[in-house]
Write a protein that binds this ligand. Structure first.
Ligand SMILES: [Zn+2]
Length: 168
């Protein structure tokens, strides 16, 4: 005998918590230690020469190891490939709304990194902008991408669309 059903349940809230410890591993450790010294380390694939940033240990396309000798230091300047203006708060992101998340193609890299844009009016944000990293004071550097506070516009002409279109 079934009980009489009233309204259907549409939302069920359960307290869920997971604790885990992440070990960076050899390649990511090298990348994070580089950040502590203000270095942005990428790695070159020995098959096609593409530069992956951050370092990955092995090429995701060819499955071959990328030797430590293949590490290269990239400049902290690049091109804004794409962006999103965020107007919705998130519990774990303490940035003031609205803010701009960006995909930056560092000069010399073949993969993009995600970060945020600062010191730029929303109406001025556009693809192809040339950007430079704004770092924390050196005495505050840790093994973290957070050493870069945000990227700021460079006073340079935009990069040509052809130079970054494959990364959109
Ligand atoms: Zn490769």
């Amino acid at each position: 005998m079934s009980e009489e059903v009233s309204e259907p349940i549409e939302v069920l809230r359960l307290p869920v918590e997971l604790e885990y410890q992440y070990t960076a591993g050899k390649s990511a450790s090298r990348f994070l230690r580089g950040l502590q010294q203000g270095k942005l380390l990428g790695q070159r694939c020995p098959v096609d020469g593409r530069v992956y940033f951050p370092t990955r240990g092995c090429c995701p396309q060819h499955g071959v190891p990328m030797a430590e000798e293949g590490s290269i230091e990239l400049p902290d300047v690049g091109t804004l490939v794409t962006y999103s203006i965020v107007r919705v708060p998130s519990a774990n992101i303490p940035l003031e709304l609205p803010y701009v998340t960006i995909q930056v193609l560092l000069d010399g890299a073949d993969t993009v990194m995600m970060h945020v844009l600062g010191e730029c009016e929303l109406e001025d944000v556009h693809m192809g902008m040339r950007l430079e990293a704004k770092w924390k004071p050196e005495e505050e550097w840790e093994t973290s991408v957070g050493n870069i506070l945000y990227f700021v516009p460079l006073d340079e002409p935009d990069a040509p669309y052809e130079s970054y279109k494959e990364h959109i």
